[in-house]
Ligand binder design. Structure first.
Ligand SMILES: *Cc1c(COP(=O)(O)O)cnc(C)c1O
Length: 370
C-alpha cells in the first residue's frame, strides 16, 4: 500500500454539511425553484438591504483592481460604530474565516481546543484542521455549560470557542454568567466569543462584549454580516480583540480575503439601522408564530435567541432525516441536525410570514402521515 496523501488529521475531517441550495433541491425533486422555501441556513429572509445593493453597484466599477487590503473605510466605520481603534479589528471572509484564523494563530498541532457539545460544527473542524485535539465539554439543556467548559481545560489548551447564541440550538448564556466565566479562564487560553446572532437579542439580553475585549486580553469577539445584516453571500465577518491577538490574525490572513463589493456593502449595511431593526422585529414576530404553532402541535422545541429554532419531530433516531425528506419533497428546505448528535430534531430558520406558514403546513402534513 502506498502512503496516503496529507496528514492523518486532515484525512480524519468530516466535511461540513451546508444547507441544501434551492437549485439543487429543485433538480433532485423536480420542483419549480420559485416555489421552494429555504429555511436552512439562517439567512435573513429580507435578503440584502437595498442600501448595500446600491453601494455594491457603485463599487462595481473598481473591480479591475485588488480590494483595499486594510479595508480603510470599513474599519473606520466599524471603529466608529463599536468604539474600538481600527487596529483592534480583523476582517474575515465570513466569520468562518475568523474562526479558522484563530485556530491557526493560537494553537499548535497536538495542543487542545475546548468547545461544547452541540456547539457550532465549525469549531471541531477548525481544531482538526490544525492537528489540534478537540475537547468537547458536555452541554446542559442543549446549551453551553460554562463550568463544564472550565473543567475541560487541559494543560495544553490554548483556545476555547463559545457561540452565544449558539447554532444549532439557539441557546443563550446571559452576560453576567459569561463575564464571570471570562474572569476564571487562564490568561494563556484565548476565548473566541462567536456572536453571529447578537443583533437578534432582545434588549434585556444585550451585554457589551466589546467592552470586555478592552479588559480581557485573551478575548476575541467574532461577528458577522451574514445574518441580521443580510450579506451571507458576500462572505464578510470581523473580529474585535486587543492588538496583540489582532496582530497575529493579521499575519495569517490572506491580504485580500475580503473583496471590494463586500467591503462597500458592509459599510452601507452597518449604517442601515432601519433594516437591522426591521430584521429583528420580523424575526421576533416569526419566532412567536412558529413556537406558538409548535406548542399547539405538541412539539418540543428549544427556546431560541437566534433567527432559527430547533424542533423535535419524533422520538426515534431516524425522525429528523425522515421528516426532512418529506419536507424536501414539498419544496421546504430546513436543516437536519443528526450530524450534531440530534437526530430527532430539525433546525428551521425564521422566515417571512408566508414562508413560516408554508413550512408549518408542510410539517403538519408530514407529521400526520409518517
Ligand atoms: C452563521 C454562523 C456564523 C457565521 O458564518 P459566516 O462565515 O460569517 O457566514 C458563525 N458562527 C455561527 C455560530 C453561525 O451560526
Amino acid at each position: 500500500m502506498t502512503t496516503p496523501y496529507g496528514p492523518s488529521y486532515v484525512r480524519g475531517i468530516a466535511p461540513y454539511v451546508a444547507g441544501r441550495p434551492i437549485a439543487e433541491v429543485a433538480r433532485q425533486f423536480g420542483l419549480d425553484e420559485a416555489r421552494i422555501i429555504k429555511l436552512a441556513s439562517n439567512e435573513n429572509p429580507l435578503g440584502m438591504p437595498e442600501s448595500a445593493q446600491r453601494a455594491m453597484a457603485r463599487a462595481a466599477s473598481e473591480l479591475g483592481r485588488y480590494p483595499d487590503s486594510n479595508a480603510f473605510e470599513l474599519k473606520e466605520a466599524l471603529s466608529a460604530y463599536y468604539g474600538v481603534p481600527a487596529d483592534w479589528i480583523t476582517l474575515g471572509n465570513g466569520s468562518n474565516d475568523i474562526l479558522e484564523l484563530a485556530a491557526h494563530a493560537f494553537v499548535e498541532k497536538g495542543q487542545s481546543v475546548v468547545y461544547s457539545q452541540y456547539a457550532f460544527a465549525i469549531y471541531a473542524l477548525a481544531a482538526q484542521g490544525v492537528g489540534a485535539r478537540g475537547i468537547v465539554a458536555p452541554a446542559a439543556q442543549y446549551g453551553h455549560d460554562l463550568d463544564a467548559m472550565l473543567a475541560a481545560i487541559a494543560d495544553d489548551t490554548r483556545l476555547m470557542f463559545i457561540a452565544n447564541p449558539n447554532n444549532p440550538t439557539g441557546t443563550f448564556v446571559d452576560g453576567p454568567t459569561l463575564e464571570a466565566f471570562l474572569q476564571k479562564v487562564p490568561r494563556h487560553v484565548v476565548v473566541v466569543l462567536d456572536e453571529a446572532y447578537t443583533e437578534y437579542l432582545a434588549p434585556e439580553h444585550r451585554y457589551d462584549s466589546i467592552e470586555w475585549a478592552r479588559r480581557y486580553p485573551n478575548l476575541l469577539v467574532s461577528r458577522t454580516f451574514s445574518k441580521a445584516f443580510g450579506l451571507a453571500g458576500l462572505r464578510i465577518g470581523f473580529a474585535v480583540a486587543q492588538p496583540e491577538l489582532t496582530d497575529l490574525l493579521n499575519r495569517l490572513r490572506q491580504p485580500f480575503n475580503v473583496n471590494t463589493l463586500a467591503q462597500a456593502a458592509a459599510v452601507a449595511a452597518l449604517n442601515d439601522k432601519p433594516f437591522l431593526e426591521k430584521s429583528a422585529a420580523l424575526n421576533a414576530e416569526g419566532y412567536r408564530y412558529l413556537t406558538a404553532a409548535f406548542d399547539k402541535l405538541g412539539l418540543e422545541y428549544v427556546p431560541s435567541h437566534g433567527n432559527f429554532v430547533m424542533v423535535r419531530v419524533g422520538n426515534d433516531d431516524r425522525a429528523g432525516d425522515r421528516v426532512n425528506l418529506e419536507l424536501l419533497k414539498q419544496g421546504v428546505i430546513v436543516r437536519p441536525v443528526g450530524g450534531y448528535g440530534l437526530p430527532q430534531w430539525l433546525r428551521v430558520t425564521v422566515g417571512l410570514p408566508e414562508e413560516n406558514e408554508a413550512f408549518l403546513a408542510a410539517l403538519e402534513k408530514t407529521l400526520a402521515t409518517v
